[in-house]
Design a protein around this ligand. Structure first.
Ligand code: ADP
Ligand code: MG
Length: 598
């Protein structure tokens, strides 16, 4: 039998689509307050917002006349006809929220109309509308929802613990507050002040209120702006020193609404490219202002999704902004693992405390690099050629040593190696590391030295990591045939390729230093058709370019000392012929030069 639903029941079913939990009520209340042009919003919750949730604003308020119709379905002051739907500039527009909230809780709206000066209060208790009373606040509006779903146990059962609901409230408030820097937001939960964000002067100042609480420094965050044809984009984003292992801090806003837009999150990732190591994601808040007629929010009840008619352009703009605007942070060299040292006393002689040693676990992602902010480096997609003669020498040296190892007694392993104590004096010309060591002064060319060390690390395959999920390589027949012949060149540098049954290829293992540049390596593999020698030196150049400290990089003491230690671990700390990265001056020579005889 077909029956018409009782109107109260019908309204509750409809409400369920919009109101799932206290967080949904907060979203609607906040939207209303922001639409009412307020400058301060205070949120108060009890029991995770289930028992009570109030939003107090200092906006325009509501006239008594409007309050009479408010809370009826589709009662809105924001749109009037269908055309308005295509040019929405407010956060709310359906006139559905208060009606729905009133259907599933006890809704109280206390308001003071700036226009008429009247104060009035409306209560809708689980669908029962009460008479309007002539009393209320001195200004603005207080919207309160109490005892959510008290009349609908089935819905209430889906709510989480109060603490969890409170957490969701907090994160929604933060997410809203980021887009409205000029509004002060505070949150009081069960009587305790949980958040108080004052009015901020700029978007970056507002976003920093969140980032700073995560330990991110102002200097590591950029503020970017771009004007497009019908849109503008502002991005507040961390540089390559700031990263996390999930995409949660890639926030996308369209016309001040946080939206779930995976493709635009991806645009952000593309923009960072290989600036971030594989598996890590940036902190970036992207605020898009699109012409209202191009952005359609009418597809999702909670307006979390948007259809952008100019998405491709915006996508492109975001990627380009980040590509050109986010600085490369100078790579950090991690010190030799402490277990390489047998003699701990020796270590302290170096004047460094053993505690200063962090041994990075494989999953260790340093959150903050310390490098001089004085030398911002624009991101460059070019890589400089590695000196070919130099590479040949490094190779020859390595091979010679390997042969020696075979023919003679086993070479001492690194763990047995004793590193002489040294004193790092400083860096000259952003290029030479100056070290005092056993009666000599050493000048180490940081770039050449680091390249040499990287090369050794690659060839010795110490840091090769097996990939849990192999990287698939799209190959045409020519590249596949090329790989059949030349895959050993890659193997030599720790890039393990294997051919699948269907003739396609995949990368199954990579050196750790290559993880951040996976895409470049794949590009390289699919596009390079060089002879073996060329292939190896080009490939190494690609890797070294990204991973090596450059001439001109001002590096910190930590990295400098780590690099010096690695130089000292080399059997021969320089290419004996050809270009060297090490210049030595003995104390004796210096004394003689200064005319000292004793
Ligand atoms: P919508 O926001 O889609 O118009 P709502 O049900 O959320 O629908 O609100 C209905 C109307 O109530 C709004 O259009 C607005 O005129 C008024 N209103 C609600 N909350 C406030 C507030 N905090 N300050 C001023 N006006 C408000
Ligand atoms: Mg609304």
């Amino acid at each position: 039998m077909i029956r018409l639903l009782d109107p109260r029941l019908a309204s509750r079913i409809a409400a369920g689509e919009v109101i799932e939990r206290p967080q949904s009520i907060l979203r609607e209340f906040l939207d209303n307050s922001l639409d009412a042009g307020c400058t301060e919003i205070r949120v108060e919750i009890e029991g995770g917002g289930i028992d009570r949730l109030s939003v107090i604003d200092n906006g325009t308020g509501i006239t008594r006349k409007d309050l009479e119709v408010l809370g009826n379905r589709h009662a809105t002051s924001k749109i009037h006809d269908e055309d308005d739907l295509y040019s929405i500039t407010t956060l709310g527009f359906r006139g559905e929220a208060l009606y729905s909230i009133g259907a599933v809780s006890k809704l109280t709206i206390k308001t003071h109309s700036a226009e008429t000066g009247e104060a009035s209060t409306l209560v809708i208790d689980n669908g029962e509308r009460q008479e309007i009373i002539s009393s209320g606040p001195d200004r603005g509006t207080i919207a309160t929802a109490e005892n959510l779903f008290s009349d609908i146990p089935a819905r209430r059962a889906f709510l989480k613990r109060a603490q969890t609901e409170a957490q969701m409230i907090r994160s929604l408030l933060i997410s809203k507050a980021l887009a409205f820097p000029s509004v002060r937001f505070s949150l009081v939960s069960d009587g305790a002040l949980r958040l108080d964000w004052h009015k901020a002067e700029t978007l970056k100042d507002r976003v920093m209120m969140l980032y700073r609480s995560e330990g991110i420094a102002d200097a590591d965050v950029e503020s970017l702006h771009h004007d497009g044809e019908n849109f503008s984009v502002d991005i507040i984003a961390g540089n390559s020193a700031v990263r996390r292992s999930d995409m949660k801090e890639i926030r996308i806003y369209v016309n001040n609404r946080p939206v779930e837009e995976f493709s635009l999150q991806q645009a952000v990732s593309y923009g960072y490219g290989e600036l971030l190591p594989g598996g890590s994601y940036p902190y970036a808040a992207v605020f898009i202002h699109d012409a209202p007629e191009l952005a359609d929010f009418n597809i999702h009840p909670a307006k979390r999704e948007v259809k952008l008619r100019n998405r491709a352009e915006i996508h492109h703009a975001i990627t380009e902004m980040l590509k050109s605007g986010i600085r490369r942070k100078i790579p950090r060299i991690e010190p030799v693992q402490p277990e390489f040292y047998l003699d701990d006393a020796k270590r302290t002689e170096n004047g460094r405390k053993t505690e200063s040693f962090r041994s990075p676990s494989p999953s260790y992602v340093p959150r903050q690099f310390t490098s001089s902010p004085a030398t911002p480096k624009p991101v460059s997609t070019e890589y400089t050629e590695t000196d070919k003669a130099w590479l040949e020498k490094a190779k020859a040296l390595k091979e010679r040593r390997q042969q020696e190892e075979v023919s003679q007694k086993p070479a001492p392993t690194e763990t047995e190696k004793n590193i002489p104590s040294f004193r790092y004096i400083g860096q000259a010309f952003n290029l030479f590391l100056i070290v005092e060591i056993e009666g000599e002064l050493w000048f180490i060319d940081q770039h050449a030295a680091h390249e040499r060390i990287l090369y050794d690390e690659l060839v010795s395959q110490k840091s090769v990591q097996k990939l849990l999920v192999p990287i698939h390589i799209e190959t045409d027949q020519i590249s596949s045939e090329f790989l059949d012949e030349h895959s050993q060149v890659y193997t030599k540098l720790g890039i393990m390729l294997s051919k699948r049954d269907d003739g396609e290829w995949e990368i199954t293992a990579l050196p750790a230093s290559c993880r951040p540049i996976e895409t470049e390596i794949v590009d390289f593999i699919t596009s390079s058709r060089l002879d073996e020698k060329e292939l190896e030196s080009k490939l190494f150049a690609v890797i070294a370019c990204r991973a090596a400290i450059k001439a001109g990089d001002s590096i910190d003491r930590w990295s400098a000392e780590a690099l010096i230690e690695k130089v000292l671990m080399l059997d021969e700390p320089a290419c004996p012929h050809g270009r060297t990265f090490l210049i030595k001056l003995s104390e004796k020579d210096l004394r003689t030069m200064a005319g000292r005889t004793s």
